[in-house]
Design a protein around this ligand. Structure first.
Ligand code: NAP
Length: 247
């Protein structure tokens, strides 16, 4: 596949899980990939694998929730890459707990990384997208942002926020040829879901019409579509990759 040849993609939280799958999927379609994580070395595995696909790839350290860190990372990325074509805001965390017992710190941490992180990273690249009059921004939301989940008020609010941010920024940037879309994954097999107990998994399975957890590659395939030429005329949308959970 060569549909993304000569394009550069920036993926946050690319060290593992869904972010790693996205980076490798875009690299296999021809894109050079900038892998962002809390420490550059967390991306070593992703970078090695992307390079073995024949692409340029490198790791950059940034805490997506810290404005100064994001600014310095974006300057570094634009200086090294010359231009960025695709931004995937994927970094995210959970800090689950019942509302009554949820600490302010756990609320703030999840909102800061999942929602503010998406805002900060988008803002950091928007000027260059505006100048080049093109750009694909893909935000990783969640089925929980659409249908909610007990014990995930912070996470659900952050991901619903990502969806609102996606639609507003899509409207703001559309006239300059920049598209902004979100993907709402359901339950995907990664470190984030590995911590779920067997009973929770079985209960979850009953809510998934297709009857199994998704794989990181299922999300990456949707990102590839939104980043590619076939999605030229799509903006402000939320694509569910959830085995039918939210239908
Ligand atoms: P994961 O395996 O926990 O990976 C998350 C990645 O984000 C890690 O590489 C992590 O780095 C990085 N990260 C966390 N905080 C960061 C920060 N402040 N700055 C920069 N990077 C940071 O999670 P995942 O399952 O792949 O999830 C990826 C995205 O998909 C998240 O936005 C998540 O909410 C969303 N999602 C996942 C599921 C699912 O079922 N897995 C479902 C719906 C949505 P470290 O290695 O340093 O922690």
């Amino acid at each position: 596949m060569t549909q993304l040849i000569n394009q550069t993609a920036v993926i946050t939280g690319a060290g593992r899980g869904i972010g790693q799958a996205i980076a490798l999927k875009l690299a296999s379609a021809g894109a050079d990939v900038v892998c962002v994580d809390l420490k550059a070395e967390f991306c070593d595995e992703t970078v090695q694998k992307a390079m073995s696909l024949g692409r340029k790839a490198w790791g950059v350290a940034a805490n997506v929730s810290d404005a100064a860190s994001v600014e310095s990372a974006s300057e570094q990325i634009l200086a090294a890459a010359g231009k960025v074509d695709i931004l995937v805001n994927n970094a995210g965390i959970t800090k689950d707990g019942l509302l009554m017992r949820m600490s302010e710190a756990d609320w703030d941490a999840v909102l800061d990384i999942n929602l503010k992180g998406t805002f900060l990273f988008t803002k950091a690249f928007v000027r260059s997208f505006l100048k080049q009059r093109s750009g694909r921004i893909i935000n990783i939301a969640s089925v929980i942002g659409l249908i909610g989940n007990a014990g995930q008020c912070n996470y659900g609010a952050s991901k619903a926020g990502v969806i609102g941010f996606t639609k507003s920024s899509a409207r703001e940037l559309a006239s300059r040829g920049i598209t902004v879309n979100a993907i709402a994954p359901g339950f995907i097999e990664t470190a984030m879901t590995a911590k779920l107990g067997q009973d929770v998994r079985e209960a979850l399975m009953k809510q998934i019409p297709l009857g199994s957890l998704g794989q990181p590659d299922d999300v990456a395939d949707a990102v590839l579509f939104l980043a590619g030429p076939g999605a030229r005329y799509i903006t402000g949308q939320v694509i569910s990759v959830d085995g039918g959970m939210a239908m």
